[in-house]
Design a protein around this ligand. Structure first.
Ligand SMILES: NC(=O)c1ccc[n+]([C@@H]2O[C@H](COP(=O)([O-])OP(=O)(O)OC[C@H]3O[C@@H](n4cnc5c(N)ncnc54)[C@H](OP(=O)(O)O)[C@@H]3O)[C@@H](O)[C@H]2O)c1
Length: 330
């Protein structure tokens, strides 16, 4: 298994990271706990030992499942989790209202004050049944908390041995620059896929220049880039994917047409389209690691296959030329 170092730290993570959002069920129309545990075990068997989760994924459930799955295996696993999306208190900036897995209304707030983070960290450690985290990341920028205060809390948690490194998610270059006045950030976790490439303009060049890792999330665009979704697809209630622009009308049709165009390349290499998509993402400049979400062992097994081949420069160019012609309405 290939490991990469986060920023200038001594924390190493795998080049594909298990994404534990869907196994929390929330925003994915539910999930099966047994399948989730098997998915994590398959991941570890195949050498994908880094796992990314968050308190808000299933309102504690994803972290709990990860904690159960890695029991007795802590030293073999790297745990990445997050803070700053709070649902058990009215605090900070209202973000949005939603429903939990039991159908009860929940309001989510963005807040990253120092005391709140210390409290959240203890809760995550307890759910994950561990006494340290390998990477701790703010989930979304919290507008009403000064970035310096948030990063001061990170320095304290590092000093206390609760976290090994501090990163961010969904931060702009400007926000990273402010954070850097207080802490040496190791990474930024951001959306990046064949159909969502805006970070190539500013964030990737900045991170490459300043030795910050990029953790690419939703590389399969929440499953769309496996090619399995069709027009008129039925989604279970609570699955938010059909509300996103990539799953709508013309975009879905155009994306599937593009996937058909790259399928011969996948077949010629004896790999699937999903594997080709993940491999392309891993090989794009500045992408340190990809977070691939999976609900079951079969998906993990397929996704891990992206390790087993490389794309030549010519093949990357061919894919990129086809992508240049893909015009989505986003
Ligand atoms: N920091 C943030 O704000 C943020 C935001 C989003 C995600 N993330 C992180 O990034 C991770 C990955 O992103 P993601 O989960 O959004 O999306 P993704 O990796 O693009 O897609 C994952 C989903 O696609 C489907 N899938 C995966 N592999 C498949 C395969 N081989 N064949 C068929 N279907 C497959 C599964 O859903 P179905 O079976 O239901 O189709 C799976 O849950 C998350 O789990 C989370 O850890 C972070």
């Amino acid at each position: 298994m290939e490991f990469v170092t986060l920023g200038t730290s001594n924390v190493k993570v795998t080049r594909i990271i298990f994404g534990a959002w869907a196994i929390g069920g929330w925003m994915w129309g539910g999930a099966d706990r047994k399948d989730a545990i098997k998915a994590i075990h398959k991941s570890l068997d195949l050498g994908i030992s880094s796992i990314d989760t968050a308190p808000v994924y299933g309102f504690g459930l994803s972290e709990e499942i990860v904690g159960e799955a890695i029991k007795g295996l802590r030293t073999e696993v790297q745990i990445l989790t997050k803070y700053g999306l709070v649902w058990d208190r009215k605090i900070g900036d209202f973000y949005f209202s939603t429903f939990n897995n039991d159908g009860k209304p929940v309001s989510i707030y963005k807040h990253a004050g120092k005391e709140s983070i210390i409290h959240e960290c203890e809760q995550s450690l307890s759910r994950l049944k561990t006494d340290y985290l390998d990477l701790y990341q703010i989930h979304w920028p919290a507008p009403s908390t000064p970035i310096e205060e948030t990063m001061d809390a990170m320095n304290r948690l590092i000093k206390d041995g609760k976290i090994r490194s501090a990163g961010v998610c969904n931060y702009s270059v400007e926000e990273m620059e402010v954070a850097e006045t207080t802490i040496n950030l190791v990474s930024n976790q951001v959306p990046y896929s064949m159909v969502r490439r805006d970070i190539e303009n500013d964030l990737i060049p900045w991170c490459m220049k300043h030795h910050k890792s990029i953790l690419a999330y939703s590389p399969l665009q929440r499953g769309l880039l496996t090619g399995k979704f069709r027009t008129g697809q039925h989604f279970v209630p609570g699955d938010t994917r059909p509300d996103t622009p990539w799953f709508k009308g013309k975009n879905l049709v155009k994306t599937n047409k593009f996937l058909e165009e790259i399928k011969p390349l996948a077949i010629s290499k004896n790999f699937t389209v999903a594997q080709l998509v993940l491999r392309w993402t891993m090989q794009m400049p500045g992408i340190t690691t990809v977070l691939a979400g999976a609900r079951n062992a079969r998906q993990v097994e397929e996704n891990a296959g992206a390790f087993n081949f490389t794309l030549t420069e010519k093949e990357m160019c061919e894919i990129n030329l086809k992508l240049d012609r893909l015009e989505l309405e986003l």
